[in-house]
Design a protein around this ligand. Structure first.
Ligand code: SAH
Ligand code: SF4
Ligand code: F3S
Length: 442
């Protein structure tokens, strides 16, 4: 009588949520759903949520409020909350928003079809378990549709580090690495479907220690070397790393592994040793700077990127100045900065909090410095030749846009390029948010 049911997924938060949303769409494909890009004609709406900062978490409730009229018009519409807010708040979500039919945590989303069936029967469905079965295994038999040239691939999940500000160890659970054969199988499958660049994901991706294909335990570097052998895969990236897990073999790989791109996201959070200690980061500013020296010795042109939190409890002006000094010393190509956000259940939430104005003012100063560095790093590309993987047509006729090896957006208009093509490009101009280039050789 009717066509397939429609699923609308909205994704918040980090790249792992992007990956998870793809997996949830595939799982629901098995239950007769196809994806739609608007909530208006959906039979099920799923919010894949993020709990990292208060603003991210609260967004879920305002978004849910907007779906109320849809639900009134269409009582059969099912509304689900997945991801890290689902894990952190569980049944509380249904109490605050009774129109929510289904809540599913990041470690149990392979059970989504069962939960959907339960919700269709009129019951509230909740699953925030950390099940013993491997969700990745139950998701293996996925449809094999063509894909765009870039993909994420989760290799490690969870975190045992318990930084004093962070919810991830609670929402994602303990650190787990997937076996290398599964990762390689998924990577080969992605390449057969058109993928040229894979970004390996983990909350602590460089702590990867999965079962190798040779019976031993593999490091992330060993896994990257195995991926390097896959024909048709052109680029490998990984994120996010912790400074304390940056092992010698991984540093060396940056100099030796031809498909590993010269870009590294290595969050430090603060440049003050006193604050780093209070954050439970287990490294100092000095050890971080020495580490970057070693990485740059292996790969001199590497572009460094980082994360910063300003206004952590007890941060003084001198502590903040130490963060600015560290940023000056590193010279970042990119950086992401946040005002400290109090997260219930984390140790730092119990401490004396700084006034909002102090946080805002520091964030502004830090971002001004970072913006200058980003600008300089982008401008310094002019005159250089870089590799570009083209991902989509640009704004103007005949224009194609892609990412350079260093992750800068590059647009080119002088050649007949197709999506998924790689080329050597000479950078001729640095614009507001992207670089203009000219093809050297395909
Ligand atoms: N696993 C990664 C990233 C975790 S979350 C890592 O260890 O670096 C991404 C970023 O969000 C963090 O690097 C941190 O800068 C920021 N973040 C985490 N918790 C936060 C909080 N409570 N307030 C503000 N920013 C936070
Ligand atoms: Fe959070 Fe990263 Fe610290 Fe883990 S290492 S607790 S994910 S900031
Ligand atoms: Fe957010 Fe969860 Fe990712 S809290 S940053 S979606 S791991």
């Amino acid at each position: 009588m009717s066509g397939p049911k429609k699923l609308y997924i909205k994704t918040y938060g980090c790249q792992m949520n992007v990956y998870d949303s793809e997996r949830m769409a595939e799982a629901m494909g098995g239950a007769g759903y196809v994806e739609t890009d608007t909530p208006d004609d959906a039979d099920m709406i799923l919010l894949n949520t993020c709990h990292i900062r208060e603003k991210a978490a609260e967004k879920v409730y305002s978004e849910l409020g907007r779906f109320r009229s849809l639900k009134d018009e269409k009582p059969d519409l099912k509304i689900g909350v997945a991801g890290c807010v689902a894990q952190a708040e569980g049944a509380e979500i249904m109490r605050r928003q009774p129109m929510v039919d289904l809540v599913v945590g990041p470690q149990s989303y392979h059970r989504l079809p069962e939960l959907e069936a339960k919700a269709r029967d009129g019951a509230k469905a909740l699953d925030t378990d950390f099940p013993v079965e491997d969700k990745f295994d139950t998701l293996r038999h996925r449809p094999r549709a063509r894909r765009g040239p870039t993909a994420f691939l989760t290799v490690q999940e969870g975190c045992d580090k318990f930084c004093a500000f962070c919810v991830v160890p609670y929402t994602r659970g303990a650190e787990v690495s997937r076996p290398a054969d599964r990762v390689l199988e998924e990577a080969r499958d992605l390449v057969e479907r058109g993928v040229r660049e894979i970004t390996l994901l983990g909350q602590n991706v460089n702590a990867y220690h999965g079962a190798g294909t040779d019976g031993g335990e593999w490091s992330l570097a060993r896994l990257i070397w195995a991926l390097n052998e896959i024909d048709g895969l052109e680029r490998i990236r990984f994120t996010t790393s912790h400074p304390n897990d940056m092992t010698d073999d991984l540093i060396a790989a940056h100099g030796e592994c031809d498909k590993l791109m010269p870009y590294l996201h290595l969050p430090v959070q603060s440049g003050s040793d006193r604050i780093l200690k209070r954050m439970n980061r287990a490294h100092t500013a000095e050890s971080y700077l020495r580490l970057i020296e070693r990485i740059r010795a292996a790969r001199p042109d590497i572009l460094m990127s980082g994360d910063f939190i300003v206004g952590f409890p007890e941060e003084t002006e001198a502590d903040f100045q130490a963060t600015l000094d560290l940023i000056e010393a590193v010279n970042y190509g990119y950086a992401f900065s946040f005002k400290y956000s109090t997260r219930p259940g984390t140790p730092a939430a119990e401490r004396d909090q700084l006034p909002e104005e102090v946080k805002s003012e520091r964030l502004q100063r830090l971002q001004a410095l970072i913006t200058r560095q980003q600008r300089a790093a982008q401008d310094a590309m002019v005159g250089r030749e870089v590799g570009v993987l083209f991902e989509k047509p640009g704004r103007f006729a005949g224009q194609m846009v892609g990412k350079s090896d260093y992750l800068h957006a590059v647009h080119v208009s002088d050649a007949n390029l197709s999506i998924g093509e790689m080329a050597r490009v000479e950078i001729v101009e640095s614009g507001a948010n992207s670089l203009a280039g000219r093809i050297k050789a395909a």
